[in-house]
Design a protein. Structure first.
Length: 374
């Protein structure tokens, strides 16, 4: 995988299929689109598969197998190496057979169309965040299911890929960060720990830190598991508040790169998180999850393993898909610690009744296949 110009070599690429995936961001959305790239690669092992991504979000693609070229673009700039004009010029030189808009925004659709591919494929208007994006597509796809992974697989099939279960070809880089986390928690190799992720880009998705701390205390008291509290840019104070509320049952994670976060999440025995990037990384890696959902719907973008548990207040939310709550009562305020603790017990197989959970939501039954299972 390279970040070189996507220009094609006519002799080398004679008869070789060439695809461009346009999914500019963000982290979780890129993870959800990975089955699209994997399905194309499984169908055409020698194909050229490039991915156009916003410069702010290209780091996750460094951990993805099966791509030919990562093409970063800064949609806020026209010039410069990653500006829109030179990037579009390089895309057109690549002469793609198919460009696939996996985002459904006007800007992503425009970039897919400007790439000059023989066909531009996207979702049907009813599934687009910005329905006007549909003008750019030669083929509009109606997915079979509601989950965004369903959408990715439908786009792959529309491009000609064979149908199959979703594959997530994430690869953790070599790192000593897991050993450092275990040392911080006083654990030996192989001893289980949980990851608690209290942050999210939207304040509307952030369950209160003192409640996360109470869940960490439950994990320690009921299961004997310590927790490491993950955090990203601007979230350290939030993470420290969780640690303080945990009363010694949790420790603060070190500052991590995205690759190091991937390694920590992959080594964990459980992830407790709202709807944000680390949860979706955990889902792609097959790490057990308890998900907390308010303004977004887990049926659309929750964990896809039927064993995972989501606690949703989406039905009670008055501010769907809004960064901040503007209602008189915040939907997640009504989600009690006892409910999340019971969900933890259920996911870890110790609940007295693992068949029922008030307000929990199950999502479609997708099978996760890790890179090393291919």
């Amino acid at each position: 995988m390279t970040e070189a110009s996507p220009q094609r070599d006519p002799q080398r690429d004679a008869g070789r299929r060439a695809f461009l995936i346009v999914r500019l961001g963000a982290l979780g959305d890129i993870v959800h689109a990975l089955p699209l790239a994997a399905a194309l690669r499984a169908t055409w092992p020698d194909a050229r598969i490039d991915w156009l991504v916003d410069v702010k979000h290209r780091a996750v693609l460094d951990q993805v197998g099966g791509l030919s070229t990562i093409v970063p673009v800064d949609t806020r700039r026209l010039g410069g190496d990653t500006g829109v004009v030179p990037v579009v010029r390089r895309l057109r030189a690549a002469r793609y057979d198919v460009a696939i808009d996996a985002q459904g925004l006007l800007k992503s659709a425009l970039l897919a169309r400007l790439a000059g591919a023989g066909r531009v494929v996207g979702l049907a208007r009813g599934h687009l965040r910005e329905p006007l994006a549909g003008w750019a597509y030669h083929d509009a796809v109606e997915p079979a299911g509601p989950h965004v992974v369903d959408h990715a697989l439908a786009l792959a099939e529309a491009a000609g890929a064979a149908a199959g279960p979703p594959r997530f070809t994430l690869q953790s880089p070599a790192s000593d960060v897991v050993a450092r986390v275990r040392g911080e928690l006083g654990l030996g190799a192989g001893q289980p720990f949980a990851v608690i992720n209290p942050g999210a880009a939207w304040p509307n998705k952030r369950w209160p830190p003192e409640r996360f701390g109470a869940v960490a205390r439950h994990l320690r008291a009921r299961h004997g598991w310590p927790s490491i509290v993950a955090w990203g840019p601007g979230e350290e104070d939030l993470a420290r508040a969780v640690v303080a509320a945990a009363g010694g049952a949790a420790a603060l994670a070190p500052m991590t790169t995205l690759g190091e976060l991937l390694a920590i999440v992959g080594a964990a025995g459980l992830v407790v998180s709202g709807d944000t990037g680390p949860l979706h990384l955990a889902a792609a890696l097959g790490t057990p999850i308890v998900g907390i959902y308010g303004p977004t719907d887990p049926v659309r973008n929750g964990p896809w393993s039927p064993a995972d548990v989501t606690l949703s207040r989406n039905g009670a939310c008055a501010c769907h898909h809004q960064r901040r709550c503007t209602a008189a009562g915040w939907c997640l305020e009504g989600l009690a610690v006892d409910e999340v603790s019971a969900a933890v017990d259920r996911r870890l197989g110790t609940s007295p009744d693992s068949r029922t959970m008030p307000d929990s939501r199950r999502v479609p039954d997708f099978r996760t296949i890790k890179e090393n299972d291919r």
